[in-house]
Write a protein that binds this ligand. Structure first.
Ligand code: PMT
Length: 336
C-alpha cells in the first residue's frame, strides 16, 4: 500500500465542488416538518446516523468501495429512546439517517438474519396466516412498538448510499435539527468512508478490464465533525464514535478527536468486541460499558446500556445550558 500525498480538501470546498444528491431538497423539507412538529410538542430530537457509506469508482457507477457496517449499532440505538418509560416522558423523536438497505429500527429483528422470517409463519387449516407460537410474543412486542412510533410519527427515515449523499444529508440535518439548540442530540454511529475519488477526478464510464491491473489514487474525505460541532449545530449535544482494530491506540485516538473537534463524548469501540464493550470518553472522564458473556448469550444488547447513559448525559447538558443561560444576564448586570 502506498500513501500518495494528496492535498486535504476543506469541507466548504468539498460542498462547493460536489453536486448535492437529487433527493436532498425533499428530505430537507421532511426534516423541517418533522422538527417543527416535535418542537411544538416539546420533544427532544436525536439524529442517529447508521451504516456504511460507499465510494463510487465511476460516475456511472458499476463499481464502488464499501465497508463492513450493517447498521446494527444505529438501528438498535434508534429503538431505545422509545423503549424506556423515562425516555417517553422526556420525549425524543428520532431522525434515522441510514445507509439504504442497512438494518432499520424494528424490522431489524427480522432482516439480515440467517433465519428466514418466512419460517416464523405458516398457514392455518383454513388458509389464514399464522405465526409460530415460539416467535409470536416477541413479534407482537416489536410490532406494537413499531406501530406506536408510526402513529406518533416520532421516527423519520432518511437514506443515503454514497459518502457524498451522507455528507450533504448530515450537513442539512445539522442545520435543521441544530436549530433546536441543546435539545438536539447527534449520535454519529455511521461508518463513514475516509477515502474517496473527488468528482472531477472520477471517470465517467465503467473502468475497462482489458487494460491490466488497476491502481487507484484516493483522497481524504474531509472530516465534517469540526464544522458540525463549531458551526452547523454548535449548541447541540454531539456524540461521535471511534472505531479501531488495535486496542493500543483506541483511547488515544478518541481523546484526540475530542480535543480536535471539541464535542461532548466519543464512544470508542473495537471491531471484534463492539457488541460487548464500549468506552465513553469525555474531556475528563473515561467509563467502560460492558456486557457479560451471559448477558450476550441472553440477547441483551449493549445499546440498552449506551442509550440510557447518553440520555442522562444529555439531560445534564440541557440543565447546565439552562443554568448558563439564566446566569449570564446576572453576570452582564454585574459587569455593567
Ligand atoms: O454498524 P455496526 O456493524 O453495528 O458497527 C457499528 C460501528 C462500529 C460502525 C460504530 O459503532 C462506529 O464505531 N461508528 C464510527 C466508525 C467510524 O467512522 O470511525 P472513524 O474513526 O472513521 O470516524 C470517527 C468519527 O468521525 C465518526 O463519528 C464519523 O462520524 C466522523 N467522520 C468520519 C469520516 C469523515 N469524513 N468525517 C467525519 O466526521
Amino acid at each position: 500500500m502506498s500513501r500518495p500525498h494528496t492535498p486535504l480538501i476543506e469541507p466548504d470546498e468539498y460542498f462547493r465542488t460536489h453536486a448535492a444528491p437529487e433527493e436532498l431538497a425533499v428530505n430537507e423539507k421532511a426534516m423541517e416538518l418533522f422538527v417543527a412538529k416535535h418542537r411544538a410538542a416539546g420533544r427532544r430530537i436525536a439524529v442517529v446516523t447508521s451504516g456504511g457509506t460507499t465510494v463510487p469508482l465511476e460516475n456511472q457507477t458499476v463499481r464502488f468501495i464499501d465497508n463492513f457496517s450493517a447498521g446494527t449499532r444505529g438501528a438498535t440505538s434508534a429503538e431505545y429512546p422509545f423503549y424506556h418509560t423515562y425516555f417517553l416522558e422526556l420525549g425524543y423523536a428520532v431522525i434515522f439517517l441510514h445507509r439504504q438497505f442497512s438494518l432499520q429500527p424494528y424490522s431489524r429483528h427480522y432482516t439480515h438474519s440467517k433465519n428466514c422470517f418466512l419460517d416464523y409463519m405458516g398457514l392455518g387449516p383454513d388458509g389464514q396466516l399464522t405465526v409460530d407460537s415460539q416467535y409470536s410474543q416477541k413479534m407482537k412486542e416489536v410490532l406494537t412498538k413499531y406501530h406506536k412510533a408510526k402513529q406518533e410519527e416520532t421516527l423519520l427515515m432518511i437514506s443515503f448510499v454514497t459518502v457524498t449523499d451522507y455528507l450533504f444529508h448530515l450537513r442539512s440535518a445539522a442545520f435543521i435539527v441544530g436549530s433546536m439548540g441543546e435539545k438536539a442530540l447527534f449520535y454519529l454511529a455511521a461508518a463513514v468512508s475516509d477515502f474517496f475519488i473527488p468528482a472531477e477526478k472520477m471517470v465517467e464510464h465503467k473502468i475497462q478490464s482489458d487494460g491490466g491491473g488497476l491502481t487507484l489514487t484516493m483522497e481524504q474525505v474531509p472530516k465534517v465533525l469540526k464544522p458540525l460541532v463549531t458551526k452547523w449545530a454548535s449548541q447541540s449535544f454531539i456524540i461521535s464514535f471511534k472505531l479501531e482494530t488495535d486496542p493500543e491506540i483506541l483511547t488515544t485516538k478518541a481523546r484526540r478527536a475530542l480535543n480536535r473537534y471539541g464535542h461532548k463524548v466519543v464512544i470508542g469501540n473495537l471491531l471484534t468486541t463492539r457488541k460487548q464493550i464500549v468506552w465513553f470518553i469525555t474531556n475528563d472522564t473515561e467509563e467502560t460499558v460492558t456486557l457479560t458473556n451471559e448477558q450476550l448469550a441472553q440477547g441483551v444488547e449493549i445499546e440498552s446500556k449506551i442509550v440510557p447513559n447518553l440520555i442522562e448525559r444529555h439531560t445534564a447538558f440541557i440543565e447546565s445550558s439552562g443554568r448558563l443561560l439564566s446566569v449570564s444576564p446576572k453576570q452582564t448586570n454585574l459587569g455593567v
